[in-house]
Design a protein around this ligand. Structure first.
Ligand code: PLP
Length: 408
């Protein structure tokens, strides 16, 4: 269990926690944007650059072989982490946005035609809206949107009503980065499969708040960013079922992804390399592997339980504050609290909180359609990670009272 007794040991692994901001001990509550990194991650990256630092799959020399070994081992670690059936179903990307663009463009190119329909939801991050919208514009297809209740839950009956013979793919977020809602993705996938429609899950937030088993979920595509699960920025993963990945055309072309090139014709490499054009981020993959090992070692259940406790405690403390409204009250929620204070602009609240050493996110959280549907311009968002404590929530609640005192 993560308890008051061992949390200080866990916190020691994260050097960035040990700093003052505006002369106060930092309280880092912007974890949904990016998590802080344990020392083992930067050590793994430095280790790669200080010793191996070679390109993969190309050289016969010792260091190049070591690089290939390290990169492919990282791929196997990701495979195990999300229980994919085969390591060739793991494509390294720059992150979630890159992975969704890959599927949208590649799937769109081959399978979307005029009049076809793509289903997303009202609570999507722009990363899971704009790529599909672009495909729709290019192909003359239509975007259909699953509505959300006032509490921030998807309306599943209406979801099922969106299917027609023209539906080609569903792409929804596992967890809302604004509301914290954990969507019933297994059910969403089952429904789509009834209509023979594949499903892509945006797991940017999901990967760090739930144990992911892509075979059990039976999702066709699942993607996430390394930096949201304590790993390096610029790393990410696209999982795709082998059948689908075989059928999709390459997204980017160039070195690494080819089998044979002549000026007349090029044949493409096998999976997963077909989707990994150019020199990959080997150091990043090694860093991501270290992050996943850290998370597994700490214990996924431990982390989820700890975050749940923080969510419950935080919700209780913030609900006591007069004039504070929480957005997102779904029954199944991750450690995210979005809120507004009566008569106080979210940016002003964020600025005062920063002066008090507290890092929160303010604004529309890259989800303008959702924010608009809530009839607001943005929120203040606090999001918790494995190293946060209930004492920090006490400091936060007091700081919000201070914001009210100064601006209310
Ligand atoms: N999807 C969701 C739900 C997110 O929360 C984010 C980032 O906040 C993204 C997609 C985009 O992730 P990235 O910027 O790492 O590609």
């Amino acid at each position: 269990m993560i308890t008051n007794d061992n949390i200080s040991e866990i916190r020691l692994a994260f050097p960035a926690l040990n700093q003052q901001v505006n002369n106060r001990q930092l309280v880092y509550f912007d974890n949904a944007a990016t998590t802080l990194k344990p020392k083992v991650v930067s050590e793994a990256i430095a280790g790669y650059y200080n010793t191996i630092n070679s390109n993969v799959h190309r050289g016969v020399h010792h260091l190049s072989q070591q690089a290939t070994y390290a990169f492919e081992n990282a791929r196997k670690s990701v495979q195990q982490f999300i229980n994919a059936g085969n390591s060739n179903e793991i494509i390294f990307t720059k992150g979630t946005t890159d992975a969704i663009n890959l599927v949208a463009h590649s799937f769109g190119k081959k399978f979307i035609n005029e009049g076809d329909e793509i289903i997303i939801s009202q609570m999507e991050h722009h990363a899971n809206i704009v790529p599909w919208q672009t495909v729709c514009e290019e192909k003359g297809a239509k975007l259909k949107v699953i509505p959300v209740t006032e509490k921030g839950e998807l309306i599943l009956d209406e979801y099922e009503n969106l299917f027609t013979g023209k539906t080609k793919i569903v792409s929804v977020t596992h967890i809302s980065n604004v509301l914290g809602t954990i969507n019933p993705i297994k059910k969403i996938i089952e429904t789509a499969h009834k209509y023979n429609v594949p499903v892509m899950i945006d797991g940017a937030q999901g990967i760090v708040h739930e144990k992911i088993d892509v075979q059990d979920l039976d999702c066709d595509f699942y993607c996430f960013s390394g930096h949201k699960i304590y790993g390096p920025m610029g790393t990410g993963v696209l999982y795709g079922k082998e059948d689908w990945l075989e059928k999709l055309p390459p997204y980017q072309t160039g070195g690494e992804m080819i089998k044979n090139v002549t000026f007349e014709k090029t044949t493409f490499n096998e999976l997963p390399f077909k989707f990994e054009a150019g020199t990959p981020n080997v150091g990043g993959a090694v860093g991501l592997e270290a992050a996943l090992a850290f998370v597994s070692h700490t214990g996924l259940d431990e982390i989820f339980n700890h975050e749940k406790e923080l969510l419950e405690y935080g919700t209780e403390k913030l609900s006591e504050i007069e004039g504070l409204k929480i957005y997102g009250t779904a029954a199944n929620k991750s450690g995210v609290i979005s809120f507004l204070l009566d008569g106080i602009h979210q940016y002003d609240a964020g600025t005062i909180l920063d002066q008090l050493g507290i890092a929160v996110r303010t604004g529309n959280h890259c989800a303008q359609p959702l924010i608009k549907s809530l009839g607001i311009q943005g929120t203040v968002r606090a999001s918790f990670a494995l190293y946060n404590t209930s004492e920090e929530i006490d400091i936060f609640a007091k700081a919000i009272l201070k914001v009210k005192e100064m601006l209310g």
